[in-house]
Write a protein of this length. Structure first.
Length: 192
């Protein structure tokens, strides 16, 4: 299957394994969608060191966590202390970030990167990917074993997690509700 855009979670991969996953998928540029592009536990994924490692493999690096990250700075983008993905997706900053990613597809084989291994545990899948898919792009998620799973398959899993398959419900509304529920489960929470 041909994908317009990929995503990956760096998880706890050794840097060589991570670079091999990118190389195997033909990635030429990483768009880092982490709000805080650093890692104490896995320092090779901190922005500076990661940029150097990627450059050694001729992969460009673009930090875009300010526009597309899952931890908004604006307190108005939280509902009950939980990041509100729907509100975030409506901001001009987010839309400008989506525009930049879309424009970058003309020059690069892009891959959105965050930290979480599993797509359904991450805002890259629950917030950013649907916005790109709404523009007609076909997304794939690089898994730890190197396989690439289509966003459509991820959405099937999401619907399974949501349960309550109603034969007469509107499929689009059911999917939107499944996204909403999952986001409330995994989105960043402000600690009180």
């Amino acid at each position: 299957m041909a994908f317009d855009l990929l995503t990956i979670g760096h998880s706890n991969h050794p840097i060589d394994r991570f670079l091999a996953l990118l190389n195997g998928a033909g990635v030429t540029a990483i768009v880092d969608v982490r709000s805080q592009p650093s890692s104490r536990r896995y320092p090779w994924f901190s922005a500076g060191r990661l940029r150097e490692a990627l450059a050694g493999k001729n992969i460009s690096y673009e930090p875009m966590g300010a526009a597309l990250g899952g931890r908004p700075r604006d307190p108005g983008l939280y509902r009950d202390g939980i990041a509100d993905y729907e509100a975030m997706a409506r901001t001009p900053e987010f839309q400008a970030g989506i525009d930049r990613v879309t424009a970058g597809l003309q020059r690069f084989r892009l891959c959105l990167m965050c930290a979480e291994r599993e797509p359904l545990e991450c805002h890259r899948c629950l917030l950013v990917a649907p916005a790109l898919a709404a523009r007609g792009l076909v997304l794939g998620h690089i898994l730890a074993d190197g396989s690439i799973v289509p966003q459509a398959t991820i959405e099937e899993r999401l619907l399974e997690l949501a349960g309550r398959d109603d034969l007469f419900s509107d499929p689009a509304a059911r999917l939107a509700e499944a996204y909403r529920r999952r986001a409330r489960t995994v989105a960043f929470r402000v600690r009180a």
